[in-house]
Design a protein around this ligand. Structure first.
Ligand SMILES: Nc1nc2c(ncn2[C@@H]2O[C@H](COP(=O)(O)OP(=O)(O)OP(=O)(O)O)[C@@H](O)[C@H]2O)c(=O)[nH]1
Ligand SMILES: [Zn+2]
Length: 213
């Protein structure tokens, strides 16, 4: 794999080439992490790896591959479970003393972007579910790609992971890029009247694994 994006080798294959742009310590509510900012060559989007402990050369590293959700992660929206999942994943990594969050930008709205996600919310307020709303807008249900996550894991020397997700398709998509996923660890957050419909649709139409009591 080409780590630093040497353009000479970029032409050799169709692999996405990533550059490590910057790194620093990052104290958080969940203790100290190291933040790395990556960017694929010829793209402007910046992705984040938030790492705790020494993960290089390790097997079974606890990993959350998190799709950016401005409304849930930053604004505390209760329409989805993203913000709480991110918090729960960081807490679990802190407890374990080792692991990482891969925060993928450009995944907003399962790939349709923020404005379209908000348009989809408007349709959901009129009775459509999260899948129907995307389709009604003439947009795909999920365009997310996980190659950059695989490249970052490889750059950081991670040998295999325990993936924190309720979405088995995410495991498969990472595996398609060569990531060895040893185990899926559920990230279940409490449901509320605001997100129960959304969670049920994810379970029924998108293959997410939840047990509703
Ligand atoms: N299009 C659309 N995107 C949404 C909606 N609600 C949340 N999202 C986006 O969905 C992404 C998260 O995907 P989810 O399907 O909730 O979960 P996942 O990442 O597939 O699976 P987990 O690992 O279990 O969280 C984030 O980028 C959110 O911005 C919605 O109603 N419509
Ligand atoms: Zn969300």
């Amino acid at each position: 794999m080409n780590i630093n994006g040497d353009p000479k080798t970029a032409a050799a294959g169709s692999e996405k080439i990533i550059r490590l742009l910057a790194s620093s310590l990052l104290p958080t509510r969940h203790g100290e992490f190291r933040i790395h900012v990556y960017q694929p060559v010829d793209e402007t989007v910046e992705h984040v790896a938030l790492v705790k402990g020494d993960v290089a050369g390790k097997d079974g590293v606890l990993v959350r591959v998190h799709s950016e959700c401005l409304t849930g992660d930053v604004l505390g929206s209760m329409r989805c479970d993203c913000g709480e999942q991110l918090d729960a994943a960081m807490a679990k990594i802190a407890e374990a003393g080792e692991g990482m969050i891969l925060y993928l930008r450009g995944h907003e709205g399962r790939g349709i972007g923020l404005a379209n996600k908000i348009r989809a919310y408007q349709l959901q307020d009129q009775g459509q579910d999260t899948v129907e709303a995307n389709l009604a807008l003439g947009l795909p249900v999920d365009t997310r790609d996980y190659e950059v996550a695989a490249r970052i894991l490889s750059h950081l020397g991670v040998k295999s992971i325990r993936l924190m997700t309720n979405n088995p398709r995410k495991m498969n998509k990472l595996a398609d890029y060569g990531v060895v996923v040893n185990e899926r660890i559920p990230v279940i957050t409490p449901h509320t009247p605001h997100n129960i419909g959304y969670l049920r649709t994810k379970q029924q139409k998108l293959g997410h694994m939840f047990d509703f009591e």
